[in-house]
Design a protein around this ligand. Structure first.
Ligand code: ADP
Ligand code: MG
Length: 397
């Protein structure tokens, strides 16, 4: 959905000279010394898939905000391409750019930037007003997103009556009001207290599950990046030094720099399977039959299901397509389609070794005790959340 190719941003008035030096691989520092030009972003390329949360992480000054602002052209990039649905933002006519900003993209800032003399409802409805919607529609849509971010009842309050966390909920509601496909979020939670911040991260995950926007989210906090990112890009000195899924960043840091960044997060060494497993709520027994199993899988969006015997011992798992097959043949017992090649582990196994198993298997890892009774399952989300310091509400023990 968003494709950034070889994007470079130079601050200053002798851009060509500096661009030339970037091409030659000359360092930011030397460029600055020789030309007084500041390199904000250098030669960044990445792709953001529709519906994913793409996190850009890096220390202060590494170029995150510059990169983000180039995407909606708040800052004009010096070189490269920014394709949104195939259209280049850099060369787009003004009219098209305006439409893009009005309808397709919205931005959430670290400082909430609410209008102080407008109510919460009016703040949230602001973008709809700009779009020219009539009042009744504006109120209806703003009310709906205010409810979505958990602020029902606060419509008539003013920003100064709200805590920082609540103000940022308004910031998110305001961005969502125009129903944009893309959200650009520049350290939206960085100014908030740690506990409020965790609430907001969970809120965002919840909203994202419902709305599946394409989000580019900036943070300098690795825990936050791991928790909410589908992909993470790490920046240093204006450059992207690694892009990957959270597991990739944790397991195979591309450089010493990244390794140092993740060092403190090596909680996987201390965490065990039982600390992040989820309760095995979704199981069947062989006698349940394929129709029951299929209904169950459909209802909960599962493609596989663990099979337990009468006393809770793990027999294996079944796949939806096999259940469907025997159902159509009129077979009533699941016995014939139980697969036994699933990964299992004990509750006390360290997570470090399991992450790699998870990367290669489509079936959740089964956590079993010494009698082979199913204690829990490890799904990707809960493991990543555990590594990212989640508060353990997914914890079974
Ligand atoms: P981050 O958001 O990661 O903290 P920024 O994108 O704000 O980083 O900054 C990247 C680099 O560009 C820094 O060296 C910063 O000093 C420089 N920079 C940012 N904005 C400007 C500007 N308007 N003029 C000159 N240099 C700037
Ligand atoms: Mg910034």
């Amino acid at each position: 959905m968003i494709e950034v190719k070889n994007l470079t941003k130079i601050y200053g008035n002798n851009v060509d000279k500096a661009l030339d030096m970037v091409k030659k691989g000359i360092s930011n520092e030397e460029i600055k010394n020789k030309t007084k030009q500041v390199v904000g972003v250098r030669d960044a390329s990445f792709t953001v898939e529709e519906g994913e949360t793409f996190v850009i992480m890096g220390l202060s000054g590494s170029g995150k905000s510059t990169l983000l602002r180039c995407i909606n052209r708040l800052i004009k990039a010096s070189a490269g391409e920014i394709l949104i649905d195939g259209r280049d933002v850099l060369t787009m006519p003004a009219k098209e750019l305006e439409e893009l900003r009005k309808r397709k993209m919205a931005m959430v800032f670290q400082r909430f930037a609410l209008l102080p003399h407008r109510t919460i409802l009016e703040n949230v409805a602001y973008g709809l007003e700009i779009q020219g919607l009539d009042k009744e529609k504006r109120v209806a849509e703003a009310t709906e997103v205010i409810d979505l971010v958990g602020l029902k009842g606060w419509e008539e309050a003013y920003p100064q009556n709200l805590s920082g966390g609540m103000q940022q909920r308004v910031g998110i509601a305001r961005a969502l009001a125009t129903d944009p496909d893309i959200l650009l979020m520049d350290e939206p939670f960085s100014a908030l207290d740690p506990l409020i911040r965790q609430d907001m991260q969970e809120e965002l995950l919840g909203i994202q599950e419902k709305l599946q926007k394409t989000i580019i989210f900036i943070t300098h906090d690795l825990d936050e990046a791991l928790k909410i990112g589908d992909h993470i890009a790490l920046m240093k000195d204006g450059q992207i030094v690694q892009i990957g899924q959270p597991e990739d960043i944790l397991l195979s840091p591309a450089s010493d720099y990244v390794a140092r960044f993740v060092e403190n997060v090596n909680r996987s060494l201390a965490l065990t399977a039982s600390s992040v497993m989820v309760r095995p709520r979704y199981v069947v027994h062989p006698k349940d039959g394929p129709r029951t199993a299929l209904n169950f899988m459909e209802k909960h969006g599962l493609s596989t299901l663990f099979v337990l015997d009468r006393i809770g011992k793990l027999k294996g798992y079944i796949r939806a397509e096999d259940a469907s097959e025997i159902a159509s043949q009129g077979i009533k017992d699941l016995g014939g389609i139980i697969q036994t090649d699933m990964p299992t582990t004990g509750p006390d196994s360290p997570l470090a070794g399991l992450l790699e198993v998870m990367a290669y298997t489509k079936v959740p890892i089964a956590v079993v005790d010494e009698n082979n009774k199913l204690q829990g399952t490890l799904v990707r989300g809960s493991v990543i959340a555990g590594l990212a310091g989640g508060r353990g509400e997914m914890n079974n023990g």
